[in-house]
Structure formats: C-alpha cells, structure tokens
Design a protein around this ligand. Structure first.
Ligand code: C2E
Ligand code: MG
Ligand code: MG
Length: 750
C-alpha cells in the first residue's frame, strides 16, 4: 500500500500535468515548479530513508543527487531569465553531478557477488546495454553537438557521459539481483533513474535539433514522472516496515524478465540502425547490411535466450525425479507468496527409506523415489509445484489452499495412493510410507517461515508414528534439540543400570485378585531425570536400540515372573505382558531370541503375553507372519490401546490375536450411560464373537470397574488396583493376595 503522502503527491502531479496538457504556455512553469517540489520532497524523504532503510549510504547519496537536481534546476531557471551562459554551464554541470551521484548511489546497493566466468558474462551484459545507450546518444546528441561551433559540445559530451554512467551502474546492480520485487522501493528508484536519464538526453537532443523542449508535453511529463518515481521510492523506503537487512552472501537470483535487458539493448540498437538507414535514404548502400546484421544478431539473441531458459530449467530441476529442486521450490514458493496465491506447504519425508536402501540397494531406492515423484505429480493439481529437496525429502506447494482441511485432503489422498500402489522390488513389493507436515500461509509469511512450519509439523508427524500427517499449530515447538539430546543419552544408557522394569498388576474383576502384570520400562537419567517411555521409546525405535532395550525388558520380566511363579503354588498361574515395538518384529532373529529367553528362564510360553499396538499390526504387513509363529509356540498376543488405530473389522478377523486391551480413553468415558459405554461394549462384544479376551486399561474408579464387569470384561489394570510397582513392591502386593488395600504400602514406582 502506498503511504498517504505519496498519494497526495501523485494527485498533485497529475493535476499539474492536466493543466500543462491544456495550456502549452504554462508547460515550462509547471515543469519547473513540479521539479522543485518533487526534488524538495525527495530530499526530505531520502534523508528519512537513510535513517530507516537498509543501505543508508545509498539513500544519503540519493538525497545529495536530489539537492544537486534542485540546485541545477534553479541555475537553469536563472539562465532562462538572464540569458547568461554562465548559468547555463552551472545548470548543466549540476545536472552532470546529479547523474554521477545517482551512479555512485546505485553501486552502493547490496547485491549478490559474481565470481569467475560469471563475472565476464556480467561485464558483457552491462557493456551491451551501455553500448546501445551510446548508439542512441551518438546519433541523437553527440553527432549533432559536435557539428555545432563553440565549446557547448563539451557540455553535451559530459552530460551524455554522466547519463551513460548512471545507466551502466543501474544495469549492473539490476543484473546482480538488487531487485526481486516490482513493489520494492529500489525498483521504483531505478525505474525513475533510468527514465530520468532517457528523458534528460531526449531533452538535450530536442534542443540540439532546434525544438523547444520545455514546450513538449511528452518530454516534460517524462521528466516529471521520473522525478516522481524517485520521490515515491524515497517515501516507500522511509517507512520502517519496508526495511530489509542487506544480505551480501545471497546467491544470484534475479527476476527472469531482467535477464532480457541486454537483448532489449541490442534490439534498440538494431532498430536505430534500420531507422537511420531509411531516413538517410541510404537503403541501397547500407540497407542490406543493416538488415542482415539485424537478422544475425536477432538469431544470436534467440539462441542465447533458449540456452538461458534451458540452463535455468536444469538449475531448477532434480535430475533423478524431474521434480523441481530446492532452487525451483524457492522460486515457486516466493512467486506464490508474492502473487498472494494463498499457498500451503506440504513437506513429505519417506519413512524407513534408509532401511530400504540398505536392504535392496540404491537402484531400488532410486526407483522408489521416482515412483513417489510420479505419484506426487498425479495426486496434485496442475498449478501445484512438487520438489525434491533432499535424499528422501519432498515438498509440494499447494496453491489457493487457505484452509488446513483442503491441504489435509491432499495429504490423505497421497497416503491412500501410496498404500494402493506398492512398488515391486525383486520378489517383494514395497509399500512406500511417508510422514507429512502441513502449513498454510499466514499474512507476512516468508517462504522460509512457511517451510519451517511445515517442517515442524512433519517432525511431529514422524514422532507420533509413521505414515500420517500433522498440520502445524502454534503449540508445536521444535523438539529436535530435546530429541537429539535424549537420543544421545539413550545411546550411552543402553546396557547400564539406568533402566528398571516396573510391573502393573492385572486383576480379575470378579475376584479382584491379581492374575498377572504388565512390564513397563523406566529410565532414570542422572541429568535428565526420569524420562517417560512415551518420550524415549519412539526415539529408541528411531536410533535403532529398541530391540536391545526390549529384549532386556523381556529377559528381566521372564526371570522375575518365573521366580514369583515358583515361590508359591498360589502364584503358579501368574502371567506377564511385555510391550513389543513393531520395529522389533522386523528383526530377523526376534522369534529365536524370544524362544531362547523362555528356554533360559524356564518360563512356559503360555505365561507370556506380548503386547503390540493396533497401528503397528495394521501398518506393517510383515508383522502378521511373526505373530502367527509366536502364537504357534504358545505365546499370547494382545493388541494394546485397542480402538485408537484404524484396523477394519475385516482385518480384525484375520489377526492372530488373543487379547484386546481396551484403551484407557474408552474406559474413562464409562459413566453408566449407553453412549459412554458404547465403544467399550462394542469391543467386548467383538472379542466375544472372535473368541478373544478383553482387558481394560487405566481403570481409575470403582464405578468403572463395576461397569466393565457388567459389560462382560473380566480383566483390568489401572490406578484403582495399583500403579506400576517395583518387583519388591509387587511381591508385597501379591502377598496381600487381594486389592482391598489397593495401593501398596510403599510409594508406587510411577
Ligand atoms: P501401555 O503399554 O499402554 O501402558 C500403559 C500405560 O498406562 C503406562 O504408562 C501406565 O503407567 C499407564 N497407566 C496404567 N494405569 C493407568 C491409570 O489408571 N491411569 C492412567 N492415566 N494411566 C495408567 P507408561 O508406563 O508411561 O508407558 C507408556 C507407554 O510406553 C506404554 O503404553 C507402552 O506403549 C510404552 N512402553 C512402556 N514400556 C515399554 C517397553 O518395555 N517396551 C515398549 N516397546 N514400549 C513400552
Ligand atoms: Mg502395554
Ligand atoms: Mg495401552
């Protein structure tokens, strides 16, 4: 939005122009007054901009050039009143100094560095623009000036030289990425500077050719517009909101239209040559040559533009997948934000890609990436841009997605399509899995902000289990640092005595007597304190220590249970449940290791339950054969947190499972109403039909226990009976033989 001062100024200038258009006599006066006012306002705001904007030196020099313009205007005015050539010289010298000042100001703008061969290419481009300017100046100003008697030609030569200096300086900074947006103050400033140089030369040329330039509406309007643009640029830059810190290290990235600037120069030069040839009636002698040369340079320019496009395309494309790369993504995102296309960013990271690469080799890995890219293209719209920005990291810029749920629909479509299209790898097929983070643009978001938020959401999605999506929300903090710290500590801690196993009794709801227990792992770190398994188990899975940790829990539990079972005949039927992570089931030796622990501890397989979460069984197709094998050996399988995953009823009938553990969220809803009991009851009925047992988790109140019993659930665990207890506390608890004094005499272990 333009500030109010700028709008008033533009309105005043337009009004002035309207008067000048109607009354030709008033034109010189309108020109002078407009320039004085615009220069004065320009000085004021340029000084202000020097305080607020990035690049204070630039704006100080601009202020100086506006002062010079003001002064030279006054000197010219004195010349037109007195007719003294002294004032004319002073005015012309002031004008020259102004352009030199503008040229120096342009060189102080923060731009990207150009190195090596790029530098010579850059010099050639600036030279092309410079020489096309020189061609025009030669024909219109220098040649006619040289033909006149006296020393006035010196003034014209100096004037042209200073204007070409400004032209070359502005071209140089434009071609080095000083301007990235049309609305930037610098864009407006440079547009003004270039127009000023052109109209000033045209003014000199018109005078040389004998016409009264001050009376030409077009020339006056061009000069005033140029001055207005420079003033508006200063007003824009003086508002603190537009201040952007300079970044000299950034890579050279200029708007595509600017790269055509040198070709515009060549085109202008050629046109001039053709026009002059026609005007001088020299068609027979020079016409053919001019036309052929124009055709030649045009062909060359076309060739250059095509290779420029090609190299830009290569620069922005990922060679393996053909999607955009990081540069391409950055450009697409930047454009979407600038054009206010309400973009959303979807960041996708493949799950377990490293394992696929390790197991099947890089060719299969590459095929997976290509397949994934194809699918991304198929599942997104034409205007959306998909990019690969890392080994197995992808981004999609979704346009016109202002609401989260639209982005979620796309994410779900992609996940469903991945499930439906497994990739063949030799005799196996691999289902590609991905974790997705989503963020929709907020006002004033930069490309980096948006990407960072999508990345945070992706990380959260990874943390909460693979093959899902998460939308960014303000409560998400970057947990990477904490996770890295916990991961490092975990690597050190495995195999030390920082870990203990605690046991939460499982009771028979009918007799209220303990019939078993669930083993739960505890970690006490010397610096981090007690770390919850909810936090460290997913990290242990990611850093690859879960199997080792899980096996030590299994061994300790089997040893301890066997001790309890043999200590007294009353406890001979106790069973224990151990939690197993899905990753453990992927271990080729998992089954062997479990059977070995049973043999070594002497615990019968029937006394052991392995708990695995519902999502782990449903998502991982390799899990079922392993579970079937475990059951064949007599080990029981329980689905943990049942009801929170997404297993279909059909799937459930196929699962090799003995016990459904009703998640504590459903137990918490029990309130003696039909609606409150709906899920728990459905699970219990389902289990009955499928000949499975049910076990309710997280029972905290006597009312819940009674209701569960009435619904037909016979087993339960929860704080009502006991919190997780150390082995010693559990021994005391077992000795009490019932749960009437529910909580143990010792402080509970959780
Ligand atoms: P889970 O297997 O569902 O374990 C039950 C969790 O509920 C335990 O949390 C337990 O302390 C808690 N709990 C039990 N009764 C109540 C109650 O009445 N009210 C409430 N609010 N909570 C109750 P914990 O020990 O923090 O374990 C969290 C999760 O960590 C476990 O959920 C399990 O998935 C995982 N975990 C724990 N130990 C191991 C292990 O050795 N291996 C694996 N793979 N995962 C483990
Ligand atoms: Mg469990
Ligand atoms: Mg559970």
């Amino acid at each position: 939005m333009l500030p109010g001062v700028a709008i008033v100024l533009i309105a005043a200038v337009v009004a002035g122009q309207a008067i000048a258009l109607i009354d030709a006599e008033l034109r010189p006066a309108v020109l002078r007054v407009s320039l004085v006012v615009l220069n004065a306002v320009g000085v004021f705001f340029s000084v202000k901009a020097a305080r607020h904007a990035a690049g204070p030196l630039t704006w100080r020099l601009i202020a100086a050039s506006r002062v010079l313009s003001l002064v030279s205007g006054i000197w010219y005015a004195l010349y037109s009143i007195t007719g003294s050539t002294g004032w004319q010289w002073a005015g012309a010298l002031g004008g020259m100094a102004m352009f030199v000042c503008l040229a120096i100001a342009a060189t102080t703008v923060s731009v990207a560095r150009v190195r090596g061969a790029q530098r010579w290419g850059f010099v050639a481009e600036v030279a092309t623009v410079f020489f096309s300017g020189l061609m025009l100046a030669w024909y219109f100003v220098l040649a006619p000036a040289a033909a006149r008697p006296g020393l006035r030609w010196l003034l014209d030569l100096g004037s042209v030289a200073s204007q070409l200096m400004a032209l070359a300086a502005v071209t140089a900074v434009l071609l080095r990425g000083a301007v990235t947006r049309l609305t930037q103050p610098l864009t407006v400033l440079f547009a003004g500077t270039l127009l000023y140089a052109v109209s000033y030369s045209a003014f000199s040329a018109a005078t040389l050719h004998g016409s009264r330039a001050q009376n030409s509406f077009l020339l006056c309007a061009a000069l005033i517009t140029a001055s207005l643009l420079m003033t508006v640029a200063a007003i824009l830059a003086s508002s603190p909101a537009t201040a952007v810190p300079p970044d000299r290290t950034r890579i050279l990235r200029i708007p595509p239209w600017l790269t055509h600037l040198p070709y515009v120069g060549v085109g202008l030069g050629n046109t001039l040559m053709l026009v002059v040839t026609v005007r001088q009636h020299a068609l027979a002698l020079w016409g053919g040559l001019s036309i052929i040369q124009t055709a030649m340079t045009t062909a060359l320019a076309v060739r250059q533009i095509i290779s420029l496009r090609e190299s830009r395309r290569l620069n922005e494309t990922d060679p393996l997948t053909g999607l955009a790369n990081l540069t391409g993504l950055h450009d697409a995102l930047q454009q979407a934000l600038q054009r206010q296309k309400q973009p959303a960013v979807m960041l996708l990271d493949l799950d377990g890609f490293k394992q696929v690469n390790d197991r099947y080799g890089h060719d299969v890995g590459d095929r997976l990436l290509i397949e994934f890219a194809r699918l991304l293209r198929d599942e997104t719209r034409h205007g959306d841009v998909a990019a690969r920005i890392g080994g197995d990291e992808f981004v999609v810029v979704l346009e016109d997605v202002s609401q989260d749920d639209k982005a979620v629909t796309v994410a779900e479509r992609i996940l469903a399509s991945l499930d439906a299209n497994p990739v063949p790898a030799g005799s196996d097929t691999i289902t590609i899995k991905a974790s997705i983070g989503l963020a929709t643009a907020r006002p004033d978001d930069t490309a980096e902000d948006l990407k960072r938020r999508a990345d945070l959401a992706m990380y959260e999605s990874k943390r909460s289990g693979n093959h899902g999506w998460k939308v960014w929300d303000p409560a998400m903090t970057d947990r990477r640092t904490r996770d890295t710290m916990v991961g490092d500590a975990l690597l050190q801690a495995v195999g030390t005595d920082q870990f203990t196993v605690v046991y939460q009794p499982v009771v028979d709801l009918g007799t209220r007597r303990p019939v078993g227990m669930e083993a739960l792992l505890r970690w006490q770190h010397p610096q981090l304190g007690a770390v919850s398994p909810m936090e460290f188990i997913p990290i242990a899975e990611r850093i690859g220590v879960i199997h080792q940790l899980g096996m030590s829990v299994l061994r300790e539990t089997c040893e301890q249970l066997q001790r309890w079972r043999t200590e007294s005949t009353e406890r001979a039927d106790l069973h224990a449940a151990v939690n197993i992570s899905a990753i453990q089931l992927k271990e080729p030796l998992f089954l062997n290791d479990v059977l070995r622990v049973l043999t070594q501890t002497g615990l019968p397989a029937e006394a052991l339950n392995l708990e695995i979460t519902e999502s782990a069984i449903v998502d991982e197709d390799f899990a079922i054969p392993v579970l079937e094998e475990l059951r064949r050996h007599g080990i029981k399988i329980a689905i943990d947190d049942f009801g929170t995953g997404y297993s279909s009823l059909h799937q459930l009938t196929q699962l090799p499972v003995d016990v459904l553990k009703i998640d504590r969220s459903f137990v918490a809803k029990l309130d003696s109403t039909t609606r409150g009991a709906a899920v728990a009851e459905a699970i219990i009925r389902l289990a009955q039909v499928l000949c499975m047992n049910t076990l309710a988790e997280g029972v905290e109140t006597a009312a819940q226990a009674t209701e569960l019993q009435l619904l037909g659930c016979h087993l339960a665990q929860g704080y009502l009976f006991a919190k997780p207890l150390t082995a010693q506390q559990l021994t005391t608890f077992l000795n009490q033989g019932n749960t009437t004094s529910a909580l143990s005499p010792n402080p509970p272990a959780n």
